[in-house]
Design a protein around this ligand. Structure first.
Ligand SMILES: O=C(O)CCC(=O)C(=O)O
Length: 318
């Protein structure tokens, strides 16, 4: 009974309990010593496990801080993938916002002098139609900047019609402006309001630079450094954006045979609804790039709608 009690009070390993039963007098003493040893062994195992866990946590935090490992988070948009995800899937739509679905997107380098890139399907058809619908009721004859006064004036150099939207004027405009900022790495606040242009038959904009040569227009935001020119419609014939001073093989473009005579005078892009051309008026060293000279060829057939977004070096106050 006593033996049984010893064995049952102290819940030791079975062989230990058996020994205590055979040596009833020394059993308890031996049991105490063994208990202490077993407890000590248990404690040292626990502290070893704790030390290992702590070291693992410290190493993991260190690796996370260095970016060598990352936690599996839900993936929506990775800037490392660049601005041209191949397919417009639902996640991209969430990440970019905007209206409607954009078709297949990819980027073409047009030229390095000037730096110019063509973004296919930068806008959806719905976004193009929406911008045109905003412009139509308020469109009027386009102007150019007078170099001596900095004021806008009527000119035969530019015969299109146009109007300005307010920066961030509604949710869709904000989504498009955010997309432009993401693609260009120029903050939304550096941009002027979107301009919407309409070119009817024969209308054009002769070759010019988007940067200013007067001291007035650089007061707000400094120089214009880049332009995102979006095409809101197709054009049946003519209406190309032409870069006559580009250092490139003009006839190497795949659409060479479809260009008008004007379009063949430089590196040209044919307007296509939803596409956009990003070109830089400044070189990476901050100097102006004369090779960014560009113009809009006369429309021969159809109507052209385009939307330039001019971006400045500094914040542009609106
Ligand atoms: O519409 C185009 O193709 C060019 C427009 C342009 O050059 C401008 O507005 O500065």
């Amino acid at each position: 009974m006593r033996h049984h009690m010893i064995g049952s009070y102290v819940q030791f390993p079975r062989d230990f309990a058996r020994k205590a039963l055979f040596w009833p007098d020394g059993g308890l003493k031996m049991a105490k010593g063994k208990v202490a040893r077993v407890q000590a062994r248990g404690a040292s195992k626990r502290s070893l496990a704790l030390t290992l866990l702590l070291s693992f946590t410290v190493v993991l935090l260190f690796l996370l801080a260095l970016g060598i490992v990352s936690l599996p988070v839900r993936r929506e948009f990775s800037p490392r993938e660049g601005p041209t995800p191949v397919n417009a899937n639902s996640l991209e739509r969430v990440a970019f916002g905007g209206l409607g679905e954009r078709g297949k997107q990819w980027t073409q380098v047009l030229s390095w002098e000037p730096r110019a890139f063509l973004y296919h399907n930068f806008l959806s058809r719905e976004e193009c139609e929406y911008l045109v619908s905003l412009a139509k009721p308020r469109i009027s004859k386009s102007t150019v900047v007078d170099g001596s006064t900095g004021k806008s004036m009527d000119s035969g150099v530019r015969t299109s019609s146009g109007m300005f939207l307010n920066r961030g004027q509604d949710k869709i405009v904000r989504a498009i402006e955010k997309r432009i900022a993401d693609f260009t790495h120029i903050p939304v606040e550096h941009g002027e309001g979107l301009q919407i242009l309409q070119y009817g038959h024969g209308q054009k904009y002769d070759a010019h630079h988007d940067y200013f040569s007067d001291p007035f227009n650089t007061r707000n935001g400094g120089q214009r450094m880049a332009t995102m020119l979006m095409y809101l419609s197709d054009v049946e014939e003519g209406g190309e954006t032409v870069f006559p001073a580009a250092k490139a093989n003009f006839s190497a473009v795949p659409w060479w045979n479809d260009l008008s005579e004007c379009g063949k005078q430089g590196l040209s892009v044919k307007p296509k609804m939803g596409n956009a051309v990003l070109f830089w008026s400044m070189k990476p060293d901050g100097t102006l790039d004369p090779a960014s000279l560009h113009g809009a060829c006369p429309v021969i057939k159809g109507t052209k709608w385009s939307a330039p977004k001019w971006m400045h070096v500094w914040e542009y106050k609106v």
